[in-house]
Write a protein that binds this ligand. Structure first.
Ligand SMILES: C[S@@+](CC[C@H](N)C(=O)[O-])C[C@H]1O[C@@H](n2cnc3c(N)ncnc32)[C@H](O)[C@@H]1O
Length: 308
């Protein structure tokens, strides 16, 4: 996992109390840690990292209301919400399911970037790009078309694992990602003709109509609660006959939920509906897991949709 985000309070004594509190938290003395964090916030009331950690500890202690109060303070102290306090509020049922804060995603993956591939591929058995590759080949075979794509867009491209999988089948790869550090890693692969630090929906908005033959999103939809606006833009940007291929995490029910791992899971019927409502045709939707958690495959979908 990435290093923990720490935003200094600007007050040396408060920061030191925070460090002691973290030591206590890691040793399991949660009550003493919470006490020290409260002292730190008395010294520095806008200390987002202390409020956020206090929220987590109170969550661990089963003190729901107190946890909610601390996460709200963390949000107030850092309106960009780099710690993702709003996600904890959603999990605690104190906030409606909504979009993931962009600053949280950026901070998470900027910290993750140097060890991302080792952590994901080696530790979690990540196989999203390989699954997408197989699904795209099968979809093209089914309509007797070659699996060669002039222009492809890789949404949430990360370090470039999807471009690596599709390198021989794509002429011109465009990568879009929120995290500048992930984009740096992607650049070093030399596989992308264009790379953009941007939100994937904003990035697509700037693309001309019918300008892409293939759009990929490998393990990126898990950071998007509402797929509908993105799929509408995908339809606009794809050429007729173009493909969208993505992995998603899923759950047994309907609609979208936020999982304990702070990733959204999309119900299969929700995904089918979004694809249909966007005016795309579902070519494949398979129950396949892109990664493990605690050595158990996480329920997932591999989806290929076509613009007719
Ligand atoms: C788990 S990584 C997957 C990276 C890559 N697609 C792969 O298969 O290895 C998710 C990536 O999506 C990016 N991301 C998440 N939400 C995003 C958004 N709204 N717009 C653009 N990129 C996003 C993250 O910064 C991260 O690099």
């Amino acid at each position: 996992m990435p290093a923990r985000l720490f935003l200094s309070s600007g007050d040396l004594v408060a920061d030191r109390r925070f460090d002691f509190a973290r030591d206590l938290q890691l040793k399991g003395d949660l009550a003493a840690a919470a006490d020290l964090l409260l002292q730190a916030t008395e010294l520095a009331p806008g200390f987002a990292s202390a409020w956020f950690t206090l929220g987590e500890i109170r969550e661990q202690l089963g003190e729901r209301d107190a946890a909610i109060a601390a996460f709200r303070k963390a949000q107030d102290a850092d309106p960009e919400d780099r710690h993702g306090a709003s996600l904890h509020l959603m999990l605690l049922g104190a906030q409606e399911l909504s979009a993931m804060p962009q600053a949280y995603v950026r901070a998470l993956f900027d910290q993750y970037a140097p060890k991302f591939e080792t952590a994901l591929v080696d530790d979690l058995g990540y196989r999203g790009p390989a699954l997408l590759f197989k699904a795209v080949l099968a979809a093209r075979l089914a309509v007797r078309k070659p699996a060669f794509f002039k222009r492809a867009i890789d949404l949430g491209c990360g370090t470039g694992l999807a471009a690596t999988a599709f390198a021989k089948e794509v002429d011109h790869f465009i990568g879009i990602d929120l995290s500048p550090r992930m984009i740096e890693q992607a650049r070093s692969t030399g596989l992308y003709a264009e790379l953009e630090v941007a939100d994937m929906l904003d990035g697509l908005w700037c693309k001309p109509d019918t300008s892409a033959n293939l759009i990929l999103a490998a393990d990126a939809m898990v950071y998007l609660s509402d797929l509908a606006p993105l799929l509408c833009e995908v339809r606009r940007v794809l050429v007729a006959g173009g493909l969208l291929a993505f992995t998603a995490e899923t759950h047994g029910g309907d609609g979208v939920i936020l999982g304990e791992g702070l990733r959204y899971a999309h119900g299969a019927s929700y995904v089918r509906e979004c694809v249909r409502d966007a005016g795309l045709t579902l070519s494949r939707c398979e129950d396949l897991s892109a990664r493990n958690e605690d050595n158990v495959p996480v329920p997932g979908l591999v989806v290929v949709a076509t613009k007719s």
